[in-house]
Design a protein around this ligand. Sequence first.
Ligand SMILES: NC(=O)C1=CN([C@@H]2O[C@H](COP(=O)(O)OP(=O)(O)OC[C@H]3O[C@@H](n4cnc5c(N)ncnc54)[C@H](OP(=O)(O)O)[C@@H]3O)[C@@H](O)[C@H]2O)[C@@H](O)CC1
Ligand SMILES: Nc1ncnc2c1ncn2[C@@H]1O[C@H](COP(=O)(O)OP(=O)(O)O)[C@@H](O)[C@H]1O
Ligand SMILES: [K+]
Length: 536
Amino acid sequence: MISAYSGTQVRAAEEPLLAAGLGDVLMQRAAHGLANAVITELRARGRRLYGTRVVVLAGKGNNGGDGLYAAAFLAGRGMRTTAVLTGGAAHPAALAAFLRAGGHAEELTGETLKPLAAETARAGVVIDAILGTGAKGGLRGSAAALVEAVLEARRTDGGNGFVVACDLPSGVNADSGEAAGPVLPADLTVTFGGAKAGLLADPGADHAGRVHVVPIGIEEHLPAPALRRLEEAELSRLLPQPARRAHKYSRGVLGIVAGSVQYPGAAVLACRGALAAGVGMVRYLGPPEVAHLVRQSCPEVVCSDGAVADNRVQAWLVGSGMGPEDHEQLARARDAIQSGLPVVADAGALPALPSKLAPHVVLTPHAGELAALLKRLEGEADARFGDREAVEAATFDAVRKAAGLTGATVLLKGPATLVAIPGGEAFSQADGTPWLATAGSGDVLAGVIGALLAQAGSAVEPYRFLGMGDDGRWAALAALGAALHGIAGRAASDARSGGPITAGGVAEAIPEIWGKVSMLSNSGAWKRNSHSQPLR
Ligand SMILES: NC(=O)C1=CN([C@@H]2O[C@H](COP(=O)(O)OP(=O)(O)OC[C@H]3O[C@@H](n4cnc5c(N)ncnc54)[C@H](OP(=O)(O)O)[C@@H]3O)[C@@H](O)[C@H]2O)[C@@H](O)CC1
Ligand SMILES: Nc1ncnc2c1ncn2[C@@H]1O[C@H](COP(=O)(O)OP(=O)(O)O)[C@@H](O)[C@H]1O
Ligand SMILES: [K+]
């Protein structure tokens, strides 16, 4: 699992070491990690160190100090290093070390801005060490003007050097991933002590490139993370496995209220997602025309046009492919949400939610749907997240706000899919491919999460290893669903040499992904007792 922290959490963890007079030691460790990452990257690209030009953009705080110490180390390895001092001053000890190592420093002024921007754009390596966790707001003043000029020079004159962000891309908010001003997008972010939450949430994740964490000795002082990302080991542990004496009802039944005469395909795709994700049975409720199509496409599904109360299930999925005019389906959706069972509420169900929900209700909006939901909840007048762009500019804040206002678990779909519960605990999964941005892919995701909820049962122990409160399991299951969906999307595209995928293709890829991921764990009871293994 990748654990990510707010800037405040990391600074608090540094405190005891700073108080013990170890500030310079921490900085040296950070700088060493940064310089080593640059060297590794150059070698991976088949480039020589000797003679390669490095420009470090160094602010006046400790982030600039890290960058200057790292550049001093690289100058010692024969690299041609220039420091652009963006804040009119620099960390004194780090600057002295840099100059001693043979580095060349330039002050950023009105006259030097253009030539220094051109030099930065031409450099083989750019280290962005203007601002770190001490940033207040986005880049401003001459530092902002420099970054804009570098971006412009890269656009017009090209530039194939790689950009390494020191701790985080300057101007990205460490806590939220917001970027108020210009940002130099990094190929690699080398971050210290622990990942920053803003590196795993868009738009910060977009600017960060690959993220590499360098331990500096503060780790034992870090609290519970602000944001978690499940990796294969946790995914494998969380995947349900059928018990040897399982039957279809004990495995979990998912009720699906989705699709409409206008969008019948959404019902089919939600069913296909659910069937691919290990559920014991799917019951579909909806208009006869849609049920007919569901039966034809998925003969495994039991269809009816009955009421929610007449169908015994362990979880519900409601809303995919439904519009405001689908009164009968919306009434069923409301009944399902009020049933007290775990529910995925997607798409058309989102505008029709009751005002107070609980974390066992998982909302799955995309940015546009989340904006509409927040606008309704916050009131038109003071809506901070009134449109899709506002949500996309601050995804982590938006999803946490929605969880807080609704009381539900909220999953915001996107390149980095975020899941938050009302208490503030959250996940970020970025396992997919942009090819997933295809119609119907969200319906498959809703089906997958619905299937996971139906299989989950009421036990809370299997989730304790994540170090969250009991409600965290709803977010963990939603994150697990997003990860399976993302990995399946990537696998489906890889199977076509990186080509496009369809939503149906994502559903088809899920069982094999499930198998591969679960092979990493031996937690399945059936594996221990299996009669299919040779008897010795
Ligand atoms: N603590 C430690 O020992 C360790 C810290 N570490 C490293 O230190 C980093 C944190 O360092 P930090 O606290 O010095 O803050 P930092 O990010 O350099 O920025 C503050 C400076 O920027 C300025 N400034 C602020 N906002 C601005 C804006 N919008 N636009 C322009 N300027 C702005 C602000 O000026 P002011 O506004 O106060 O005049 C101030 O001078 C952390 O990310 C990690 O890399 C590691 O080495 C491990 C050990
Ligand atoms: N750029 C992207 N990179 C990776 N995944 C993406 C990207 N854009 C969308 N996705 C994923 O694709 C799915 C799209 O869902 P949604 O917008 O609801 O589509 P639809 O309503 O057509 O089914 C979500 O799982 C989302 O996370
Ligand atoms: K930085």
